[in-house]
Write a protein that binds this ligand. Structure first.
Ligand code: MSP
Length: 519
């Protein structure tokens, strides 16, 4: 595939339970970016996967009376089913139990060990199993995990350490000199003060349980699950496969990653430990780490442990997959926490999708059927002021959309599309084609107005595609156009006037039938 490479990743999810709306949130956002970057001609590599080792997963297996391997093998397909349900177009799916990952992780660790970045020592401290995180006594809040508030366990064992403290100055320089390395700014400041407060060496092995990757130089130990997990971003591309020529193939093509998507709870791992690990091994750093906020229901983070987790399927059944994707991308500001509720979802659905977008398509396609036997009328060559206003909405869209997507402002990107959608609705109201259809002398104007409106719909559908691939595909089909998914130059496609006159237009069913709350 030609085009500039673009590599994006999601966190790899713990397989202690099936995905809920919170965990699916990152994957949907990443998918929208992957789809958009394919439309801007990039050679996209979109990675997601599963974090299958560690105590938390081993415990889930035990509670279910099966071996860890059986457990992860039974949960992995459930994740893949959800990604299919949500139309996720990941190019690869890594599991940390994959041979390729274990081999790569061991190769990486061997490299650090051989060069003296790993040493054996004694660890004493507190461990939170649900967060798979070590804490010092003074970090605990009322004796409990400062992150999730749950019980922590006192650990005391001889294990191996990574010399994280040696990379403190490097990290400070990195973060201070690369303002866009960590986004948004609040998270950047948070990581910076964490690093400046002093980094301790990181315990990277465990001997008290076995569910992990054995250390290549001491097989009594398994790798700390986070050390193992972070490496997925390079092992998926083949790190450790080719010895000296390790930066050939996909690794050479796609690394460094353009963006790692993460939730705000895992930034220390991604923005401090991960860059230090890579730097130690002489591997280039990712270009950006973007941390999004939490989805909240009734003011609380959605999570399995809080008992408020909802599955994507429950919402997809009711609203459809496109509306699902649209809601989370449009209603929550990516980078901040966002409250979600059934009421706001119904509101978005009925307002933006059923009224603004679905209705626009229905009434327009109906009019084409009624006045022009379902055929796109001739394209006008002259434009009135009102036409120019509509054309201007379409004209600024590519730049506005691109600008918003550069900042991963999905909501802003969709708002820009909605300026066009609403502008088109206004245009139709204002031009009142049904009035123009009444007299022969206004027939040419009727043709012009409906062509312009169809053209605006074509362009809006194009830019709806990353968020709502199914309905955009459908709209393009109804307009007699080619495959929207194959587009690799969205800006050229968005140029005004590319809708061929004479195309047959299919009326079709409403794209988003209205939902009544008491349903
Ligand atoms: N396995 C680690 C990640 C390793 S990446 C090398 C992990 N897994 S997780 O399954 O617990 O969480 C995965 C992601 O889901 C995190 O980015 C987390 O922020 C996100 N979310 C979990 N609940 C969430 C919400 N309620 N809202 C938004 N995202 C949330 O951490």
């Amino acid at each position: 595939m030609s085009g500039n490479p673009f590599y994006l990743t999601t966190p790899i999810y713990y397989v202690n339970s099936v995905p809920h709306l919170g965990t699916a949130y990152t994957t949907v956002a990443a998918d929208a970016l992957a789809r958009y970057r394919r439309m801007t001609g990039h050679d996209v590599h979109f990675l997601t996967g599963l974090d299958e080792h560690g105590q938390k997963v081993a415990q889930a297996a035990e509670e279910n009376g099966v071996s860890p391997q059986e457990w992860v093998d039974s949960i992995a397909p459930k994740f893949q089913e959800v990604w299919e349900l949500l139309d996720i177009t990941n190019d690869d799916f890594i599991r940390t139990t994959d041979e390729r990952h274990q081999r790569g992780a061991q190769a990486f660790l061997t490299k650090l060990f051989d060069q003296g970045d790993i040493y054996k020592g004694h660890y004493e401290g507190w461990y939170c199993v649900p967060c798979e995180t070590y804490y010092a006594e003074d970090q605990l809040i009322e004796g409990e995990c400062p992150s999730c508030g749950r019980e922590v366990k006192f650990l005391q064992e001889d294990n191996y350490f990574f010399k994280l403290s040696a990379y403190q100055d490097f990290l400070i320089d990195l973060i201070e000199n690369n303002p866009s390395f960590i986004e948004p700014k609040t998270r950047r400041n948070e990581v910076l003060s964490f690093v400046k407060s002093g980094l301790k060496d990181l315990s990277i092995s465990r001997t008290t349980f076995e569910w992990g990757i054995p250390l290549p130089f001491d097989t009594d130990h398994v790798m700390y699950v986070w050390f193992d997990a972070l490496l997925n971003y390079i092992t998926a591309l083949g790190f450790g496969e080719n010895g000296e020529a390790e930066f050939s193939g996909d690794l050479g093509r796609f690394w460094p990653a353009d963006v790692h998507f993460v939730g705000k709870d895992i930034i220390r791992f991604h923005c401090a430990i991960w860059p230090a690990m890579l730097h130690a091994a002489g591997v280039e750093l990712p270009k950006q780490i973007f941390a999004h906020g939490f989805l909240l229901t009734k003011g609380e983070k959605m999570s399995k442990s809080k008992g408020n987790a909802q599955t994507p399927a429950s919402l997809v059944d009711r609203f459809g997959v496109d509306a699902y994707r649209y809601y989370f991308l449009r209603d929550v500001n990516f980078g901040q926490d966002g409250s979600i509720s059934m009421e706001s979802m119904v509101q978005r659905y009925n307002g933006d999708l059923a009224n603004d977008w679905g209705n626009l398509c229905s009434r327009l396609f109906n009019m084409i059927g009624k006045y022009f036997d379902g055929v796109v009328p001739p394209a006008p060559t002259e434009f009135t002021d009102s036409d120019e206003t509509l054309r201007a909405y379409a004209g600024v869209l590519p730049e506005k959309y691109e600008d918003a997507m550069q900042r991963l402002d999905y909501s802003g990107a969709l708002e820009a599309v909605w300026d066009l959608v609403k502008g088109t609705n206004y245009y139709i109201e204002n031009e009142a084609p049904w009035g123009l259809a009444k007299a022969e002398e206004t027939w040419p104007r009727l043709e012009a107005v409906l062509y312009n409106a169809l053209e605006a719909v074509r362009i809006a559908a194009l830019y709806c595609f990353p968020a709502m691939p199914r309905t955009s595909t459908e709209v393009w089909e109804r307009l007699g156009l080619g495959e929207i998914v194959a587009i690799t130059d969205i800006e050229t496609e968005a140029a005004w006037g590319r809708l061929p006159s004479g195309n047959a237009v299919i009326k079709g069913d409403p794209l988003f039938p209205r939902i009544y709350e008491d349903k």
